[in-house]
Write a protein that binds this ligand. Sequence first.
Ligand code: GLA
Length: 382
Amino acid sequence: MERKLEIKHKQIYKETPNDYYYSPGRVNLLGEHTDYSGGYCLPITINLGIYASVSLREDKDIYVYSDDFKDMGIVKVNKTSIYHKNKSYINYIKGVISILNQHGYQIDTGLNITLMSTLPKSSGLSSSAALEVLFFKILNHQDKLKLKKTDIVQLSKKVENDYIGVSSGIMDQFSIAYGKKDKAILLDTDLLTYEYIPIDLKKYTIVLMNTNKARNLVDSEYNKRFKSIEKAKDFFNQPLGKIGYKTLLSKKDLLDDLLWKRFKHVVSENERTLRAKKAIQDNNYQLFGQLMNESHQSLKDDFNVSCDELDYLVEESIKRGAIGARMTGAGFGGTMLAIYQTKSIPSFKNLESEYFNKFNFKLDIYIAAGEDGAKHLGGNKS
Ligand code: GLA
């Protein structure tokens, strides 16, 4: 990829890049919609991600070209913080600069930047957090800001919450900044303590299926879920993510049906996540798969964030021998994740055409490998 970037960069800016960077997508293995309630999640970084090449300019401007948004051409990312209505991906970059400025960091190194991506957008694999963390990495390095990983995580979350306006939790930014190849991160989103859990990605394989469904509802519905989980504060004196099932049950009569279902998902999902961690450590991938299936049911029936396309792909994956399958990410479309024994991955040929006939969307299938979190790939390659 660095070679491809170098060629593109030279073509666009007529100069050779000095530095290369990578920022991966993440797949959350378990613990969905728990990270804004102080609960647990279990994400892993993958080999689908965003790559950047960077060269220095003599002035103090930052120019960006993305191969995924060719029509937009080269965009000057002005030092103003104005949100661009139609310039989607640029908003995340402006958000990074704006949040850094707000926190007193000086960004005055002129840069020409080229982006290329293997990570599908709006797919529940966290392309937005990958882009944010990528730009924090680039600016941290080029402007010598001395940000630590933990600063990058907190500031990226601010971009999402304060600049973009989605009340998301900390899982995506955390896993992308801290990711390690073939290791999931068991993250306590309340205390921000974490543990690396090795995943046997030789014997088992992660298959991802992108529904390609437009996710118009995702931000507004996400914010609604966030608000309902906030209500837990009125009932318990601790974060919902730290509440056990028994305590939840003791308040059942005080909760309306909808709130009960929402809380029940979060509480049961936390228990599943801790059990999944143990199952993986015990090499009991069958149990891990079963917990994934239960997670999907809970997201579908109690948290109501799944959709027909995701449910269909989960069912079909299990029919085809997956040991576990579930939606991953915020939902309402996006990606379905299934785990197979590597020796028995089926052919998905018929599934692609059946899916298209049923839903009229193309099905994209990825066999994902593990990869490190965001990193500087090194200097000039030529
Ligand atoms: C999105 C958010 C995350 C998390 C997931 C759902 O990816 O960015 O913070 O809440 O949805 O688990």
